[in-house]
Design a binder for this molecule. Sequence first.
Ligand code: NAI
Length: 454
Amino acid sequence: MVYDLIVLGGGPAGYLASERAGHAGMKVACVEKRSVGGVCLNEGCIPTKTLLYSAKLLDGAAHGDKYGVRTEGLSIDHAKVVARKDKVVKTLVAGVKSSLKANGVELISGEGVIIGKYEEDFAVKVNEEILTGKQLLIATGSSPAVPPIPGLKEGLASGFVLTNREILDIKEKPGSLVVIGGGVIGLEMASYFNSVGTKVTVIEMLDHIAGENDPELVGLLQKGYEKKGIVFHLNSKVTEVSEDGVTFEKGGESQRIAADKVLLSIGRRPNTSGVGLETIHVYTERGAIVTDNRMKTNIPGVYAAGDVNGKSMLAHTAYREAEVAVNNMLSKKDVMRYNAIPGVIYTNPELSSVGETEFSALGKGLKADVVKVPMRFSGRYIAENEGGDGIAKLVIDKSSRTLLGAQVLSNYSSEFIVACSTFIELQLTVDDIKEIVFPHPTVCEIIREAIFQY
Ligand code: NAI
């Protein structure tokens, strides 16, 4: 049988594209070698948020006294937290499977490898069987980057060093954890293990954690976690991993920290090798598939979406890229825009951002004004955050008075940053936004407060 579309990978890009294409009447095969849902559902977004919710409850109870709530004998059952995480993942994986089925998608379990063209169609080998498809969507995702640090490979093999996959399954919380890389994964896991009582040290190569986020908000986040006991070593280069610790260089000096476990979270690389891209001459650059804004590769009929194109390694980007790809297969006009994609680090408090920061705007030569307000301007924030010191910032284009970016360090910010994405996408001016009614009392009112400061 010839499929209209073969999708390689059943993660957010792959499964959503399959569903959308199936819904539109295409005959679709979705090939997945592990579990549908990909990294996001099985070992990323969802499992971490499940763990972090338990940590949030624990933190809330631990500080209950501030709110007139007395708690005694508080403890965490890490094994139970992990078991609940497994249940949540199982429920959602089942949901994806049933949605694929409802949209007429054939889910094929196995590793799909492109082996070339068969007449006009693309040929994919799965479990010794050859499938052929008129079009291909490559959505094979990404894997943790493993740098050539002495002892790292051995540590990974022995289970002393963990990646985002294994750390979610350890049944006992380690007494101490060294996190290599203070990015998104590193900070979220550092946050969880700090809450449950593990001694956490973060080693970061750069002079700041949290990537390209606003430095002032990042500084506040770091200070907050330092108060809670996390030790950060910035400008630090790991030189060796041994069976019971990590050695790193900082300011020309070598230091060593003993650890029960090490988390490696220094970024991810697109999964492009072993996929058979060379058999149909799909173009890659620095290991990522090159796509245009319609998610088309250099080969007509071959699309790529999600982490594999290396543009924005986020599940929600993958969803939208999947839709853009399918719409273009169906000859519907649709292009991918990357300027209003929100990003969230689910620490406590959450750090949410979209668009330009003050510094990225400056770097691009944009003439921008910045409005900064303390989260204390929100009544709901004060009610729920005794002593909280969060900040919200808006970056506004001087001449058009439209929003260029927003950054918020606060609980719930993950839930309302999309309002700012919408304002950016719709190019609303400050005056347009002033006419929008926000529910009261909410933390999101901070955006309205900030807008009226301009
Ligand atoms: P990342 O790119 O967010 O952070 C990696 C960090 O490691 C950077 O700060 C980098 O400077 C540092 N680093 C690199 N090499 C190093 C070395 N040798 N020693 C010390 N530090 C080093 O990557 P991460 O955290 O692994 O996450 C991977 C991907 O997963 C990201 O693209 C992220 O966006 C995505 N993700 C998104 C989440 C979310 O949206 N909440 C949650 C988890 C992951």
